[in-house]
Design a protein around this ligand. Structure first.
Ligand SMILES: Cc1ncc(C[n+]2csc(CCOP(=O)(O)OP(=O)(O)O)c2C)c(N)n1
Ligand code: SF4
Length: 273
C-alpha cells in the first residue's frame, strides 16, 4: 500500500518536537509494505494512544493498560490479521504488566509497540516502572522524587519467554521502520521497545543517543541476557543496544487451539492467506 494511504485528516496535538511524530513516520514506512486489509491496531490511552487518530487503519481505541488483552482478543477473532498494539511505558509496565508476562507465555501472533518515554506523560509526568530513581514529579514529595528503582523490561520479556524482543531509538526512523517490519513478520508475540524522549515531562533522561549502538539480529538467550543488562534504565551511563535482541521460532497460540487453527486455515475474516 502507498504510505500516503495511512494518513488521516486529524490535526496532530502532540507537542512540537515530540518524537511520537518520528515513531508515527516509522510505523507508516513499515506498514506501507503490507496490505491495508491485513492490518488492525489497538491503542492504549496516553500521548502515544493518539496514534489511533493519526494512522488510517482499522482498530480499537482501548482502555488504559489493556491494549494487549484487547489485541489478543482481535487475534482470537481473526488469526489472519497482523495486529499491532501501541502502548506507553506507564500503560504496559504499570497497569498492564500482568498482560505482558502472560503474552510471553501464550505467544499470540501480534506485535506490541511500546513508546517508552520513562513517564506517564499525558497526565503531566508521573513516574512509571522505567522512570529513573529521583525523578521529580508533582506526585512525589519534592525532596525525595521517585524513590523506587526502575525495572528492566527487556529482562522481564526474556524471563517471560517472549519470542521476539527488539529495542529502537525513536530518532532513527529508518532503523525503527525496519525493526517494526521484522516484528510484524515474526510469527508469534513480537515486542518492540522504542526509546522515546518526552521533551516536556522527563528532560533529565532525554538525549541518550550517544549511549546507543546497533547489534546483529540475535537468537542466543545468553547473549540476549548480557545485552539486556548493559543498561539499567536508571542512569545515563552504560550502553544501550538496539536491534533484534532476541528471536526464537516456536508454536503460537493459534497452533495450540484446534478451533483457531481451523479458523486460520479457512481464511475466515477479511484476509485470505
Ligand atoms: C485505568 C486508568 N488509570 C489511569 C488513567 C489515567 N491516565 C490516562 S493517560 C495516563 C498516562 C499514560 O502514560 P503512558 O502510558 O506512559 O503513555 P504516554 O502518555 O507517556 O505516552 C494515565 C495515568 C486512565 N485513563 N485509566
Ligand atoms: S507530553 Fe511528552 S510525550 Fe506527550 S506529546 Fe508532549 S513531548 Fe510528547
Amino acid at each position: 500500500m502507498k504510505k500516503e494511504n495511512l494518513n488521516t485528516n486529524y490535526g496532530i496535538t502532540w507537542c512540537p518536537g515530540c518524537p511520537n511524530y518520528l515513531i508515527l513516520e516509522s510505523v507508516k514506512q513499515a506498514l506501507s509494505n503490507f496490505k491495508h486489509e491485513e492490518l488492525c491496531m489497538v491503542t492504549d490511552i496516553g500521548c502515544h494512544g493518539k496514534t489511533f487518530d493519526y494512522l488510517n487503519i482499522s482498530g480499537i481505541y482501548g482502555l488504559h493498560g489493556r491494549a494487549l488483552p484487547t489485541a489478543l482478543g482481535v487475534t482470537l477473532g481473526n488469526p489472519n490479521l497482523n495486529v499491532l498494539a501501541f502502548m506507553g511505558d506507564g500503560a504496559l509496565y504499570s497497569e498492564g504488566i500482568g498482560h505482558f508476562i502472560h503474552a510471553g507465555r501464550f505467544n499470540p501472533n501480534l506485535t506490541l509497540i511500546v513508546h517508552d518515554n520513562q513517564s506517564f506523560s499525558l497526565t503531566t509526568g508521573q513516574a512509571t516502572p522505567t522512570s529513573q530513581t529521583g525523578f521529580k514529579t508533582k506526585a512525589n514529595y519534592p525532596e525525595l522524587g521517585e524513590f523506587n528503582n526502575p525495572f528492566n523490561p527487556i529482562r522481564i520479556a526474556l524471563a517471560s519467554n517472549v519470542s521476539f524482543i527488539a529495542r529502537c531509538n525513536a530518532r532513527d526512523i529508518k532503523h525503527t521502520a525496519e525493526i517494526i517490519e521484522k516484528a510484524i513478520n515474526h510469527r508469534g508475540f513480537s515486542y518492540v521497545e522504542i526509546i522515546q524522549d518526552c521533551i516536556i515531562f522527563n528532560p533529565e533522561m532525554n538525549n541518550k543517543d550517544k549511549m546507543m549502538y546497533k547489534v546483529e539480529d540475535n537468537s542466543d538467550k545468553k547473549i540476549a541476557e548480557k545485552l539486556a543488562d548493559e543498561w539499567d534504565y536508571n542512569s545515563k551511563a552504560g550502553k544501550i543496544p538496539l536491534g533484534v535482541l532476541y528471536q526464537e521460532k516456536k508454536s503460537i497460540l493459534t497452533d495450540k487451539w484446534p478451533q483457531l487453527s481451523k479458523l486460520e486455515n479457512k481464511g475466515v475474516g477479511w484476509v485470505k492467506r
